[in-house]
Design a protein around this ligand. Structure first.
Ligand code: PAF
Length: 281
């Protein structure tokens, strides 16, 4: 397996692959890989001749320095997991200074308002950081297809908007949320849960599933109230927000409009670990 640290070396490799007309699939990650990431990698391996996986805890997308410092970093285990899938995967493991040419800062983006909702409100600057890193990664890797998980559904919609606005020639492939057997959405942050909080966390998906059932016959305010009450009643989990939004615009929905698709978006703290999840309603 080839591991590149410097972007100029990876760019040279990509130039050779492009000359040989190889199709390139790309899975951007922040490492601490789990089965959810591996599902993206497997999809890429199936669709493309070459798969590039980036492992980079991107500093510009963290609004909270503590979250950045505590983000799990498990590079050797990540490599072993990838190696297990295929020896041909190209890993990009950039150094922040080289990647950002010594200026670790975000560009500012207008994602037509998608960036102002939910995570945008609660994590100021987060989507500028994501847009900056993903745009740069796309410039270096020049993938034909790039794979993103639906767990970060707002991020997925923002990446689609980025590609549309910046006219980047890449197909964005969404991959459904990968869950533990007990329903907890897989996340690198799950590694930081205490035993107690890990045992409590599947409650989030149980509540989301109940919300989905209620959504079929209740109005939006009632469903939101149900989720708020159910989460408030839990002694170990702390609701940051629950929102029902239109899948396309991500604007909070007030009432159901026939033909529109809605999702429930939730963020919950389990101790100091911020967990995010969503469900199609
Ligand atoms: O979803 C993530 O892991 C990150 O936001 C991404 C897309 C790799 C950008 O750093």
């Amino acid at each position: 397996m080839k591991v590149f640290r410097l972007k100029k070396n990876l760019k040279n490799q990509i130039t050779s692959l492009k000359k040989a007309q190889k199709s390139i699939g790309f899975v951007p990650t922040m490492g601490a890989l789990h089965q959810g990431h591996l599902a993206l990698v497997k999809a890429s391996l199936k669709d493309n001749e070459v798969t590039v996986v980036s492992i980079f805890v991107n500093p510009t997308q963290f609004d909270n320095p503590d979250d950045l410092n505590k983000y799990p970093r498990t590079f050797e285990t990540d490599l072993a997991l990838l190696q297990n899938l295929s020896d041909d995967i190209i890993v990009f493991y950039p150094d922040a200074q080289d990647f950002y040419d010594g200026q670790v800062a975000s560009q500012s983006f207008d994602f037509d308002g998608l960036e102002l909702e939910m995570e945008g409100k609660h994590r100021p600057g987060h989507f500028d950081g994501v847009g900056t890193v993903v745009k740069k990664l796309f410039e270096i890797v020049q993938p034909d297809r790039a794979y993103f998980g639906e767990k970060d559904f707002q991020q997925l919609q923002i990446i689609k908007k980025l590609v549309e606005k910046e006219q980047i020639p890449v197909d964005i492939i969404p991959i459904p949320i990968y869950r533990e057997a007990d329903g907890l959405a897989m996340s690198s942050r799950n590694k930081r849960l205490t035993t107690e909080h890990r045992a409590a966390a599947p409650y989030i998906y149980q509540v989301l599933k109940q919300a989905k059932t209620l959504f079929a016959y209740k109005n939006i305010e009632d469903v939101k109230e149900f989720v708020t009450n159910a989460m408030t009643a839990h002694p170990l989990l702390k609701l940051e927000y629950f929102e029902i939004a239109d899948e396309k615009t991500l604007k909070p929905a007030k009432q159901k409009i026939a033909g529109n698709k809605y999702r429930g978006f939730i963020v919950v703290y389990a101790g100091d670990v911020r967990l995010i999840d969503n469900i199609q309603l």
